[in-house]
Design a protein around this ligand. Structure first.
Ligand SMILES: [Fe+2]
Length: 285
């Protein structure tokens, strides 16, 4: 088990639950970025059969060094446990001045599990806006879609183009909507992605030292904005949410937070408790 100082906090976990991703800028050292790009160019990065324990993958590769960084182990262990399975990987290369962008999609078919996979995206060099980068739509992970069925849509309110410096990392919920944008520069663009499956129940795997203080016992209304408060984090709107402040997404987030914490009494205000009030069922038993 990694030192818990590298594990995610409850606040970071709540942000992942709310927005479907976490971002860590300029995390990977320059020397390792350069080694990995050279390995990509040499065709030296090889994944394994789906279902292989991640600990057995990438032996002798710089990708192993990347995955063994304590900060990255901390993210992995917090979200999918100590020894997840390798699902698949991809080295996405965008050629210079490429004429087309990828259609918006989720990397999954319709998937109703509360258990979730993560995808790690690694950007080994600087990505300016004109290089395209990966585009993602925060908070879209619970709008379950079938892979490319959303490809006809081009732009969304609140979308984030991954403009970043070398060595940046994104960790994504498997359901998040995203795509690769057009590379309009004269340089090749690289991105390495790996998807991981949990082997353990995703129950309080992160550093929960702040869970009691952040669990959101306080009332969030009356204008209160405590950015460390789980209720507040889970109730924040994204620009594409409907006018009623995205109540549907808040309910989806509450369900995911209950799953992760095991606390079935958790709520944000009264959104989910109201839906669970079923006297016709409880009184007929
Ligand atoms: Fe994708």
């Amino acid at each position: 088990m990694i030192d818990k100082k590298y594990l995610l906090s409850s606040k970071q976990m709540a942000e992942f639950v709310a927005r479907g991703f976490l971002r860590f800028d300029e995390l990977v050292p320059t020397e390792l970025n350069q080694k990995i790009m050279a390995e990509i160019d040499a065709g030296g990065i090889k994944g394994e059969t789906a279902g292989t324990p991640l600990s057995q993958c990438y032996k002798g590769s710089s990708i192993r060094t990347l995955l063994d960084m304590p900060e990255i182990q901390g993210m992995i262990q917090s979200l999918v446990g100590e020894n997840p399975l390798f699902d698949h990987d991809a080295i996405h290369v965008r050629e210079p001045n490429q004429g087309a962008a990828q259609g918006m999609h989720a990397d999954s078919i319709i998937d109703t599990r509360m258990d979730f996979d993560i995808q790690i995206m690694y950007f080994p060099h600087d990505i300016p806006l004109e290089m395209g980068g990966t585009l993602l739509l925060p908070g879209s992970q619970y709008r379950k879609v079938n892979e490319m069925d959303i490809a006809r849509y081009q732009n969304f309110l609140g979308q984030i183009p991954m403009v970043c410096k070398a060595g940046s990392i994104l960790i994504l919920h498997h359901g998040i909507w995203h795509c690769g944008r057009q590379n309009q520069t004269n340089q090749r663009r690289y991105m390495f992605k790996v998807r991981l499956n949990p082997q353990v129940r995703q129950l309080r795997l992160w550093n929960t030292d702040d869970l009691e203080t952040a669990k959101g016992a306080r009332e969030i209304f009356a204008g209160q904005k405590d950015e460390n408060d789980i209720q507040y984090i889970l109730s924040k709107s994204e620009p594409w949410f409907e006018d009623a402040s995205g109540r549907l997404e808040i309910v989806n987030r509450i369900k995911q937070w209950r799953f992760l914490t095991g606390d079935d009494s958790f709520d944000v205000h009264y959104w989910l408790s109201r839906l669970e009030n079923r006297p016709s069922v409880s009184q007929s038993a």
